[in-house]
Design a protein around this ligand. Structure first.
Ligand SMILES: [Zn+2]
Length: 268
Protein backbone atom coordinates (compact mmCIF):
# COMPACT_ATOMS: atom_id res chain seq x y z
CA UNK A 1 0.00 0.00 0.00
CA UNK A 2 2.80 2.38 0.98
CA UNK A 3 4.67 1.58 -2.24
CA UNK A 4 1.55 2.28 -4.30
CA UNK A 5 1.12 5.68 -2.67
CA UNK A 6 4.81 6.52 -3.15
CA UNK A 7 4.60 5.66 -6.86
CA UNK A 8 1.42 7.75 -7.21
CA UNK A 9 3.08 10.70 -5.50
CA UNK A 10 5.84 10.52 -8.15
CA UNK A 11 3.19 10.55 -10.85
CA UNK A 12 4.30 7.12 -12.01
CA UNK A 13 1.71 5.80 -14.43
CA UNK A 14 2.33 2.06 -14.54
CA UNK A 15 -0.19 1.07 -11.85
CA UNK A 16 -3.34 -0.89 -12.65
CA UNK A 17 -6.69 0.38 -11.50
CA UNK A 18 -7.14 -2.29 -8.80
CA UNK A 19 -3.73 -1.72 -7.21
CA UNK A 20 -4.34 2.04 -7.36
CA UNK A 21 -7.33 1.38 -5.09
CA UNK A 22 -5.26 -1.00 -2.88
CA UNK A 23 -7.27 -4.00 -4.06
CA UNK A 24 -4.34 -6.37 -4.43
CA UNK A 25 -5.83 -9.72 -5.15
CA UNK A 26 -4.64 -12.01 -7.93
CA UNK A 27 -4.41 -10.12 -11.17
CA UNK A 28 -7.37 -9.66 -13.48
CA UNK A 29 -5.35 -7.85 -16.16
CA UNK A 30 -5.60 -10.91 -18.40
CA UNK A 31 -9.35 -10.53 -18.49
CA UNK A 32 -9.50 -6.72 -18.48
CA UNK A 33 -6.69 -5.99 -20.94
CA UNK A 34 -6.35 -9.29 -22.78
CA UNK A 35 -2.79 -9.83 -21.50
CA UNK A 36 -1.27 -13.28 -21.61
CA UNK A 37 2.48 -12.79 -21.01
CA UNK A 38 4.16 -12.12 -17.66
CA UNK A 39 6.18 -9.20 -19.05
CA UNK A 40 2.97 -7.46 -20.23
CA UNK A 41 1.40 -7.76 -16.76
CA UNK A 42 4.42 -6.17 -15.09
CA UNK A 43 4.68 -3.49 -17.78
CA UNK A 44 1.11 -2.53 -16.95
CA UNK A 45 1.57 -2.47 -13.17
CA UNK A 46 4.49 -2.02 -10.77
CA UNK A 47 2.61 -3.87 -8.03
CA UNK A 48 2.04 -6.97 -10.20
CA UNK A 49 5.82 -6.72 -10.63
CA UNK A 50 6.81 -6.44 -6.94
CA UNK A 51 3.94 -8.26 -5.26
CA UNK A 52 3.64 -11.06 -7.83
CA UNK A 53 0.33 -12.32 -9.19
CA UNK A 54 -1.70 -15.25 -10.41
CA UNK A 55 -4.14 -14.77 -13.26
CA UNK A 56 -6.36 -17.84 -12.90
CA UNK A 57 -8.03 -17.35 -16.26
CA UNK A 58 -4.85 -17.13 -18.35
CA UNK A 59 -2.82 -19.24 -15.89
CA UNK A 60 -0.02 -16.67 -15.88
CA UNK A 61 1.81 -16.26 -12.62
CA UNK A 62 4.72 -14.44 -11.05
CA UNK A 63 6.44 -15.08 -7.72
CA UNK A 64 6.49 -12.19 -5.22
CA UNK A 65 9.78 -10.29 -5.17
CA UNK A 66 9.00 -8.72 -1.81
CA UNK A 67 8.32 -11.20 0.99
CA UNK A 68 7.44 -10.63 4.63
CA UNK A 69 7.37 -13.08 7.49
CA UNK A 70 4.79 -12.77 10.23
CA UNK A 71 5.66 -10.19 12.83
CA UNK A 72 5.61 -12.09 16.13
CA UNK A 73 6.57 -11.44 19.78
CA UNK A 74 10.25 -12.23 20.39
CA UNK A 75 11.33 -15.47 22.03
CA UNK A 76 12.50 -14.01 25.34
CA UNK A 77 9.62 -11.73 26.14
CA UNK A 78 5.89 -12.25 26.40
CA UNK A 79 3.52 -9.90 24.63
CA UNK A 80 0.67 -8.48 26.68
CA UNK A 81 -2.87 -8.29 25.32
CA UNK A 82 -5.68 -6.06 26.45
CA UNK A 83 -9.19 -5.51 25.26
CA UNK A 84 -10.00 -1.84 24.72
CA UNK A 85 -13.51 -0.49 24.30
CA UNK A 86 -13.81 2.09 21.54
CA UNK A 87 -16.77 4.36 21.22
CA UNK A 88 -18.10 6.33 18.27
CA UNK A 89 -20.75 8.97 18.89
CA UNK A 90 -22.65 10.86 16.22
CA UNK A 91 -23.97 14.35 16.86
CA UNK A 92 -26.78 16.51 15.57
CA UNK A 93 -25.93 19.59 13.44
CA UNK A 94 -26.09 21.50 16.75
CA UNK A 95 -23.37 19.29 18.24
CA UNK A 96 -25.69 17.46 20.65
CA UNK A 97 -25.94 13.69 21.10
CA UNK A 98 -29.19 12.77 19.34
CA UNK A 99 -32.04 10.98 21.02
CA UNK A 100 -33.16 7.64 19.57
CA UNK A 101 -35.83 9.39 17.45
CA UNK A 102 -33.40 12.04 16.22
CA UNK A 103 -30.77 9.42 15.38
CA UNK A 104 -33.34 7.51 13.35
CA UNK A 105 -34.47 10.66 11.57
CA UNK A 106 -31.02 12.14 10.93
CA UNK A 107 -28.95 9.05 10.16
CA UNK A 108 -31.37 6.16 9.81
CA UNK A 109 -29.75 4.38 12.77
CA UNK A 110 -31.16 3.17 16.09
CA UNK A 111 -28.26 4.22 18.30
CA UNK A 112 -26.22 7.42 18.40
CA UNK A 113 -23.36 5.50 19.97
CA UNK A 114 -21.33 2.70 18.44
CA UNK A 115 -19.44 0.70 21.06
CA UNK A 116 -16.85 -1.84 19.92
CA UNK A 117 -14.22 -3.92 21.66
CA UNK A 118 -10.83 -4.55 20.11
CA UNK A 119 -7.84 -6.57 21.21
CA UNK A 120 -4.60 -4.61 21.38
CA UNK A 121 -1.20 -6.16 21.95
CA UNK A 122 1.98 -4.69 23.34
CA UNK A 123 5.47 -6.12 23.37
CA UNK A 124 8.70 -6.52 21.46
CA UNK A 125 8.11 -7.96 18.00
CA UNK A 126 10.43 -9.39 15.39
CA UNK A 127 10.01 -9.67 11.63
CA UNK A 128 11.94 -10.58 8.54
CA UNK A 129 11.66 -9.17 5.05
CA UNK A 130 13.37 -10.19 1.86
CA UNK A 131 13.36 -8.26 -1.42
CA UNK A 132 14.71 -9.84 -4.60
CA UNK A 133 14.86 -6.48 -6.31
CA UNK A 134 17.38 -7.53 -8.95
CA UNK A 135 14.43 -9.14 -10.75
CA UNK A 136 12.32 -5.98 -10.71
CA UNK A 137 11.10 -5.04 -14.20
CA UNK A 138 12.29 -8.42 -15.50
CA UNK A 139 10.16 -11.39 -16.52
CA UNK A 140 10.94 -14.35 -14.27
CA UNK A 141 9.68 -16.84 -16.83
CA UNK A 142 11.84 -15.28 -19.55
CA UNK A 143 14.57 -13.11 -18.00
CA UNK A 144 15.65 -11.79 -21.41
CA UNK A 145 12.44 -9.73 -21.41
CA UNK A 146 12.91 -6.54 -19.42
CA UNK A 147 11.31 -3.14 -19.00
CA UNK A 148 13.35 0.07 -19.18
CA UNK A 149 16.15 1.00 -16.79
CA UNK A 150 13.98 3.91 -15.61
CA UNK A 151 11.10 1.57 -14.65
CA UNK A 152 13.58 -0.62 -12.80
CA UNK A 153 15.06 2.26 -10.81
CA UNK A 154 11.74 3.86 -9.88
CA UNK A 155 10.18 0.57 -8.74
CA UNK A 156 13.22 -0.50 -6.71
CA UNK A 157 13.34 2.85 -4.98
CA UNK A 158 9.62 2.81 -4.18
CA UNK A 159 9.84 -0.74 -2.77
CA UNK A 160 12.68 0.23 -0.42
CA UNK A 161 10.99 3.47 0.62
CA UNK A 162 7.84 1.47 1.38
CA UNK A 163 9.83 -0.10 4.24
CA UNK A 164 10.24 3.30 5.79
CA UNK A 165 6.46 3.61 6.02
CA UNK A 166 6.10 0.10 7.41
CA UNK A 167 8.70 0.59 10.13
CA UNK A 168 7.08 3.83 11.18
CA UNK A 169 3.90 1.91 11.96
CA UNK A 170 2.00 2.50 8.75
CA UNK A 171 0.50 -0.99 8.46
CA UNK A 172 -2.40 -3.11 9.59
CA UNK A 173 -6.13 -2.78 9.21
CA UNK A 174 -6.91 -1.22 12.61
CA UNK A 175 -5.45 2.25 12.04
CA UNK A 176 -8.91 3.79 12.04
CA UNK A 177 -9.07 2.86 15.76
CA UNK A 178 -5.55 3.69 16.90
CA UNK A 179 -2.18 4.31 15.27
CA UNK A 180 0.38 1.79 16.49
CA UNK A 181 2.75 2.95 19.24
CA UNK A 182 5.92 1.82 17.58
CA UNK A 183 9.66 2.26 17.84
CA UNK A 184 12.28 0.25 15.99
CA UNK A 185 14.88 -0.79 18.57
CA UNK A 186 17.09 -3.02 16.40
CA UNK A 187 17.49 -3.48 12.67
CA UNK A 188 19.87 -5.32 10.37
CA UNK A 189 19.78 -4.36 6.68
CA UNK A 190 21.78 -6.45 4.27
CA UNK A 191 21.95 -5.29 0.66
CA UNK A 192 23.87 -7.38 -1.85
CA UNK A 193 24.36 -7.25 -5.60
CA UNK A 194 24.59 -11.04 -5.70
CA UNK A 195 22.05 -13.47 -4.17
CA UNK A 196 22.52 -14.09 -0.43
CA UNK A 197 20.62 -16.27 2.05
CA UNK A 198 17.94 -14.64 4.20
CA UNK A 199 18.93 -13.20 7.55
CA UNK A 200 17.59 -14.87 10.70
CA UNK A 201 14.12 -13.86 11.90
CA UNK A 202 14.05 -11.32 14.75
CA UNK A 203 11.98 -13.77 16.82
CA UNK A 204 15.12 -15.64 17.91
CA UNK A 205 17.11 -14.12 20.73
CA UNK A 206 20.42 -14.85 18.96
CA UNK A 207 19.16 -13.56 15.58
CA UNK A 208 21.86 -10.86 15.34
CA UNK A 209 24.71 -13.27 16.09
CA UNK A 210 23.31 -15.87 13.66
CA UNK A 211 22.77 -13.25 10.96
CA UNK A 212 26.30 -11.89 11.40
CA UNK A 213 27.73 -15.37 11.13
CA UNK A 214 25.65 -16.04 8.00
CA UNK A 215 26.98 -12.84 6.36
CA UNK A 216 30.54 -13.78 7.31
CA UNK A 217 30.16 -17.23 5.74
CA UNK A 218 28.51 -15.77 2.62
CA UNK A 219 31.54 -13.51 2.11
CA UNK A 220 34.15 -16.15 2.91
CA UNK A 221 32.50 -18.70 0.57
CA UNK A 222 32.29 -16.20 -2.26
CA UNK A 223 28.47 -15.93 -2.27
CA UNK A 224 28.86 -12.21 -1.67
CA UNK A 225 31.82 -10.02 -2.52
CA UNK A 226 32.84 -7.51 0.12
CA UNK A 227 32.70 -4.59 -2.35
CA UNK A 228 29.19 -5.57 -3.46
CA UNK A 229 27.57 -5.98 -0.10
CA UNK A 230 26.45 -3.45 2.46
CA UNK A 231 25.41 -4.07 6.05
CA UNK A 232 23.67 -1.37 8.04
CA UNK A 233 22.72 -1.98 11.63
CA UNK A 234 20.74 -0.16 14.31
CA UNK A 235 20.97 -0.96 18.03
CA UNK A 236 23.62 -2.16 20.45
CA UNK A 237 22.90 -5.90 20.10
CA UNK A 238 23.37 -6.06 16.32
CA UNK A 239 26.40 -3.73 16.49
CA UNK A 240 28.25 -5.98 18.96
CA UNK A 241 27.22 -9.15 17.07
CA UNK A 242 28.69 -7.86 13.79
CA UNK A 243 31.80 -6.57 15.58
CA UNK A 244 32.32 -9.99 17.20
CA UNK A 245 32.13 -11.75 13.81
CA UNK A 246 34.54 -9.24 12.27
CA UNK A 247 32.09 -8.37 9.47
CA UNK A 248 32.38 -4.79 8.26
CA UNK A 249 29.21 -2.77 8.69
CA UNK A 250 27.92 0.77 9.07
CA UNK A 251 26.12 1.79 12.22
CA UNK A 252 22.96 3.84 11.71
CA UNK A 253 21.30 5.77 14.50
CA UNK A 254 17.77 5.15 13.25
CA UNK A 255 15.93 2.81 10.88
CA UNK A 256 15.35 5.66 8.44
CA UNK A 257 19.09 6.36 8.27
CA UNK A 258 19.71 2.65 7.60
CA UNK A 259 17.14 2.52 4.81
CA UNK A 260 18.60 5.74 3.40
CA UNK A 261 21.96 3.93 3.29
CA UNK A 262 20.45 1.03 1.32
CA UNK A 263 18.88 3.50 -1.11
CA UNK A 264 22.26 5.13 -1.68
CA UNK A 265 23.65 1.75 -2.73
CA UNK A 266 20.83 1.34 -5.26
CA UNK A 267 21.34 4.84 -6.63
CA UNK A 268 25.15 4.63 -6.71
ZN1 LIG B 1 -1.76 -3.89 -10.28
Amino acid sequence: MATTEILKSWNYKALCENCGRHVMFRSVLGKLKGLSKEIDFIRECAIEDLHGFLDVEKQVRRESLVKFSFMIPVEERRAEYASVTHNRVVTTPEGAIPSREEARKLYGVEEAMGVMKREHASGLYGLLCSMDLAYTATSLSNPSEKLSEDDYKIRVKAAILGLMELLSGHFGAAQARALPIIKVTELICLASKTPVPNLVHGFYKDYAKESASMVKTAISRGLAKSGEIKVLVVGEGPVSAFKAEGVSFEEAKTFSEAIGGVLKMVEG
